[in-house]
Design a protein around this ligand. Structure first.
Ligand code: FES
Length: 103
């Protein structure tokens, strides 16, 4: 199911939006005018990774400092050893959207 997370005017470059959707925590980032969506659940211990500092494309989990690439969810540093889910983003008629099922 296609879900609208924001409008293009809502998030300026460098801003993010934390969203609860179908019982999951996700986060939408505008980085230099492009949008990226990640799961807001750290693969190390479930921390709110999207609340951490984001430098370039690297987000750092505020709990223990694991870092991930917001473009593909790849893990970049310990203590996490696995990546996090990402959701491909598309922009249609000024709506920033992802595909996500309800299950
Ligand atoms: S919960 Fe994210 S680094 Fe530990």
């Amino acid at each position: 199911m296609r879900v609208t997370l924001a409008t293009t005017g809502e998030l300026a470059p460098g801003e993010r939006k934390l969203i609860g959707l179908y019982g999951r925590r996700i986060a939408l980032f505008n980085i230099a005018g492009k949008y990226y969506c990640i799961a807001d659940v750290c693969s190390h211990d479930g921390g709110p990774v999207a609340e951490g500092e984001c430098v370039g494309f690297e987000i750092e989990c505020p709990r223990h400092g694991a870092r991930f690439d917001v473009r593909d969810g790849e893990v970049l540093s310990f203590p996490a050893i696995r990546g996090i889910p990402v959701y491909p983003v598309s922009v249609v008629d000024e709506k920033v959207q992802i595909d996500m099922d309800e299950s």
